[in-house]
Design a protein around this ligand. Structure first.
Ligand SMILES: Nc1ncnc2c1ncn2[C@@H]1O[C@H](COP(=O)(O)OP(=O)(O)OP(=O)(O)O)[C@@H](O)[C@H]1O
Ligand SMILES: [Mg+2]
Length: 252
């Protein structure tokens, strides 16, 4: 395995009871690559991200992350998760903590940084996603959805993860707030961060993804450059799905 491969997934399977949800996923992600996963509801996209972050245990197959197999029983889950940032659809901020305290928490509790150092890093992370000082001491309920999601992104990047996972980060947002979050994600991709983004935002994929993966029924059925997969899909299944998405997003 080349050392530029940060993530390597081989023949991954997951069952929920008798329901075969992941049916042999193979995916490799290089350092610095930004990969968009697109596909119908229920096809297993979130399950795949959750397997990578060890929130879900696969039944078969291997995941190698940062030169270490993480699908063995012996792995230190906490140490792996420290290297992976996860941004959820519903932000998952702590509601009783302010914006800056949300970002500082992991730096203090997981990285054991002193408060002052944590605060400095948190401030920098918040500024990098466009959350300026007057918002730092607000609680999530006092922020817009777009601001909350940017705080959640700041919280993820403050930990300096090697891999960022985004699970439909804009699908809970009002349309006018989606752009500000996508802009931040585009910046992260341009900075060369390694990220996997589950999203139906094909405009974002065309601008910021190095590769697009089309997922259906527990498997990758097509992958390639954004232009190829989105604008000129090879399989009938991807063609039909992307056609409906393009209609919805009015992309020519
Ligand atoms: N914890 C669980 N227990 C049982 N079944 C589950 C569980 N999580 C997911 N599933 C099922 O697994 C399948 C894949 O779910 P998953 O959430 O991975 O799909 P998805 O592609 O992310 O869909 P969406 O686009 O709607 O988010 C679905 O049929 C779902 O109902
Ligand atoms: Mg999902």
């Amino acid at each position: 395995m080349g050392s530029d491969k940060l993530l390597f997934i081989e023949d991954l399977h997951k069952y929920y009871g008798k329901h075969h949800v992941l049916k042999g996923v193979n995916l490799a992600v290089n350092e610095g690559e930004s990969v968009v996963i697109i596909g119908p509801s229920g096809s297993g996209k979130s399950t795949l991200l959750r397997c990578i972050n060890l929130l879900v245990k696969p039944d078969k197959g291997r995941i190698v992350f940062d030169n270490e197999e993480i699908t063995t029983g012996k792995i230190d889950v906490r140490r792996v998760r420290e290297k992976i940032g996860f941004v959820f659809q519903h932000f998952n901020l702590f509601l009783h903590l302010t914006a800056i305290e949300n970002v500082m928490l992991g730096l203090i509790k997981v990285k054991n940084y002193p408060r002052e150092k944590a605060r400095r890093i948190a401030e920098e992370a918040l500024l990098s996603v466009g959350i300026t000082e007057e918002l730092w001491n607000k609680y999530p309920a006092q922020l817009s959805g777009g601001q909350q999601q940017r705080v959640a992104i700041a919280r993820a990047i403050a930990m300096e993860p090697k891999l960022l996972l985004f699970d439909e980060p804009t699908s809970a947002l009002d349309p006018e707030l989606i752009g500000e979050v996508l802009k931040v994600m585009e910046k992260l991709a341009n900075e060369g961060r390694t990220m996997i983004v589950v999203t139906h935002e094909i405009g974002f994929a065309l601008k910021a993804a190095d590769r697009v993966v089309f997922f259906d029924d527990g498997k990758i059925i097509e992958e390639g450059s954004p232009e190829q997969v989105i604008l000129n899909p090879k399989t009938e299944r991807a063609r039909r799905f992307l056609f409906s998405i393009r209609e919805l997003y009015r992309l020519e």
